[in-house]
Design a protein. Structure first.
Length: 145
C-alpha cells in the first residue's frame, strides 16, 4: 500500500507541486484579506440616559482635539480612593461621574482597566458612577503616539 502511494505521489509530483503552490498563494491572499477585524469606536455621550462610551484608542487617534474618555482613581490624605470617569464627544458634550470606593468591585474595575480599552459608564441622578464597564479586544483601535 505504501509503495502504491509513493508511486502515485512520484507520478503526480508536478501536479502536487502546482497544487501546493496554489494553496500557499491562496493562503497568502486570504491572510492579507482577513488581517483581522478593526473597529473605531468614537466617544458618545447621552446626557438624557447618563451614559458615555467609546474606545480610548479611537479617542486618542482622532484628528480633533476635543474627544476623550477615561477613568481614574485619586487618593487623598485622610480619605479613601475616589473613582472618576469622564468623557467628551466631538461636539464638546461632556459627562462625568464620581464614586467613593466603598464598592470594591468599582476600584478593581478601574485599577485593572487596560490603556487601550473600550469604556462605558453610567452616572445616576446624583452624579455617582453606578456602572463601569471596559472591554479589551483585538479589534479595538490601538493608541498611536
Amino acid at each position: 500500500m505504501l509503495g502504491q502511494l509513493r508511486r502515485v505521489v512520484v507520478q503526480n509530483k508536478g501536479k502536487v507541486a502546482i497544487a501546493v503552490a496554489g494553496i500557499l498563494a491562496m493562503g497568502a491572499v486570504t491572510t492579507k484579506a482577513l488581517a483581522g477585524l478593526k473597529v473605531s469606536v468614537p466617544v458618545t455621550v447621552n446626557l438624557a440616559s447618563g451614559t458615555a462610551s467609546g474606545s480610548i484608542g479611537t479617542a486618542r487617534n482622532t484628528a480633533n482635539a476635543i474627544e476623550w474618555i477615561g477613568c481614574g482613581i485619586s487618593y487623598t490624605t485622610g480619605g479613601g480612593p475616589l473613582v472618576t470617569c469622564q468623557a467628551t464627544n466631538t461636539t464638546g458634550t461632556s459627562l462625568s461621574c464620581v464614586a467613593d470606593t466603598t464598592d470594591a468591585w468599582m476600584l478593581d474595575a478601574v485599577e485593572s482597566m487596560p490603556s487601550e480599552a473600550f469604556i462605558s459608564f453610567h452616572r445616576n441622578a446624583g452624579g455617582r458612577c453606578d456602572s463601569i464597564e471596559w472591554r479589551n479586544h483585538s479589534y479595538f483601535e490601538p493608541k498611536l503616539p
